[in-house]
Structure formats: structure tokens, C-alpha cells
Design a binder for this molecule. Structure first.
Ligand code: UP6
Length: 261
């Protein structure tokens, strides 16, 4: 599957969100996901509107907005239609099945109502996937498991990472892939979408343990599918549109290089 186009991989998935995402990537020719970690509605909507044309997926941390309200969700949906992207709430669920079911569907955010994709730590065991699936699958949502993390000293390595892959295999209808730094499955008969955070072209780390690799490291060398970029695009002083275009091109060229080599 590392030599297949995004479009050719659609048939490998039954999950609707996975199929939609691969279709969208093929149509828009971008494997860039924006990690939009800002604290105000105004900044959030402004950047989403500017960067929307260049991304396949908008990644949110909805709980860091100081002025969250239902109108933000309505505006977000409007921008989603305008620019044709999907939404990934990076919630990193980590509790027992019954609890995450409530966290996913209820509370102030009602994540399942607007996020096409969310993610979970495999740490609690299969129940976390089963709980989220009860809510998400009827709504055509997809789930990613955090098989690895980009931060220094991450404990998600080795047998933990392997166990995450095994867990995904048991829930192929709902688990569409992983957060990881590289493709984890070599077998041509099974397919998972890999999204990699910790991507930056100008720096190698932040002051809090984040570690950056380039789009080429991630997509060409490590066979990941989607680059997740945050501060590299909207850090203060940066031209947001120029940076988005730069990462979009870097990510897509690395993918084309993979197909040809
Ligand atoms: N993220 C990581 N590493 C992981 C998992 N998730 O950085 O292993 C998320 C962060 C942030 C984004 O929560 O939203 O990806 C990275 O942002 P940055 O590009 O500004 O570092």
C-alpha cells in the first residue's frame, strides 16, 4: 500500500470516514492536516478560513478555546463546506468504555456530532474502542489509535505499539488508522491510515518535549500518509497562507516521490 495512490486505497476500507478522507485527499491533492491550537474563536476561524483551501483535515483541540460556544461549531461547519475539509478532534480519549461514550457524545462539546474523526489511547484496552464505536459508527465516524507519540520519552513504543496494531485489527470497521511516526503494517492485504504529528521544516524541537521531523522524513522515508502541522504554519510572524502552501507542497511531493521510487 505504500506504492498505491490514496485513491486506489479507498477500496481497502469499509469505514465511511476513511473512504471520504481518501477521496478528499485525492480530489484536493493535499495530505496536510492543520493542528489549529489557538485559544480564541476569532483566531480559530480566521486561520481555518485562510488555510482551509490547502488541507484535507482540520485537527482541533476544542477544549482549549476560551470562548467556545455553539456558534463556533456552526461557523466551523460553514468553513468545512466552503473549503472541503474533514474535521479531526484530537481528544485522545483514555478512559473506560462507558465513560468515553459519554465524553464523546455529551458534555458541552458533543464531539461526535461534528468531528468526522477522533482518537484514543489504547491504554485502557478494547473497551475504549467498543464504547466509542457504539456512538461513532452509526454516525459514520472513524477512530485513530495513538500507537506512538512524537514527544521525547514517549512510553508508546515496542510491544505497546504492537498491541495498538492488534487492537485496531480487531475493530477494522471503526478504527481507520493510527497516530504514529511511520507505517506500522507491512502486509499488503491490510491497510490503515497513518497520521504523523511533530512535523516542521524550520525547527527540530520546542521547549516542552515536542520533536519535529520534515514532511519528507515522514511521508517518503517513513511511509506515513498525513502530515499534521501546527505552529510551523501559524507561529507568530509567519505568513499563514505561504506556510500552508509550503507544507502542502512538501507533503505532496514526498508522496509523489514515494510512488515513483
Ligand atoms: N500531537 C503531537 N504529538 C503526538 C500526538 N499529538 O504533537 O504524539 C498533537 C498536539 C498538537 C499537534 O496535541 O495539537 O499534534 C502538534 O502541534 P505542533 O505542530 O504545533 O507541535
Amino acid at each position: 500500500n505504500t506504492k498505491k495512490t490514496y485513491g486506489e486505497r479507498i477500496e481497502n476500507f469499509t469505514n465511511i470516514a476513511a473512504r471520504e478522507l481518501l477521496t478528499l485527499i485525492e480530489r484536493k491533492k493535499t495530505n496536510l492536516s492543520l493542528a489549529l491550537d489557538v485559544n480564541t474563536k476569532r483566531e480559530f476561524l480566521e486561520i481555518a478560513d485562510k488555510v482551509g483551501p490547502y488541507i484535507c483535515l482540520l485537527k482541533t483541540h476544542i477544549d482549549i478555546l476560551v470562548d467556545f460556544d455553539q456558534d463556533l461549531i456552526e461557523q466551523l461547519k460553514r468553513l468545512q463546506k466552503k473549503h472541503d475539509f474533514m474535521i479531526f478532534e484530537d481528544r485522545k480519549f483514555a478512559d473506560i468504555g462507558n465513560t468515553v461514550k459519554h465524553q464523546y457524545s455529551k458534555g458541552i462539546y458533543r464531539i461526535a456530532e461534528w468531528a468526522n474523526i477522533t482518537n484514543a489511547h489504547p491504554l485502557p484496552g478494547d473497551g475504549i474502542v467498543s464504547g466509542l464505536k457504539e456512538v461513532g459508527l452509526p454516525l459514520d465516524r472513524g477512530l485513530l489509535l495513538l500507537a506512538e507519540m512524537s514527544s521525547k520519552g514517549s512510553l508508546a513504543t515496542g510491544t505497546y505499539t504492537e498491541a495498538a496494531v492488534e487492537m485496531a485489527r480487531r475493530h477494522k470497521d471503526f478504527v481507520i488508522g493510527f497516530i504514529a511516526g511511520r507505517r506500522l503494517v507491512a502486509n499488503e492485504n491490510e491497510d490503515f491510515i497513518v497520521m504523523s504529528p511533530g512535523v516542521g521544516l524550520d525547527t527540530s524541537k520546542d521547549g516542552l518535549g515536542q520533536q519535529y521531523r520534515t514532511p519528507r522524513n515522514v511521508i517518503f522515508e517513513s511511509n506515513s500518509d498525513i502530515i499534521i502541522v501546527g505552529r510551523g504554519i501559524y507561529e507568530s510572524g509567519k505568513d499563514v497562507i505561504a506556510e500552508a502552501l509550503r507544507y502542502k507542497n512538501a507533503g505532496w511531493n514526498a508522496y509523489l516521490e514515494r510512488l515513483m521510487n
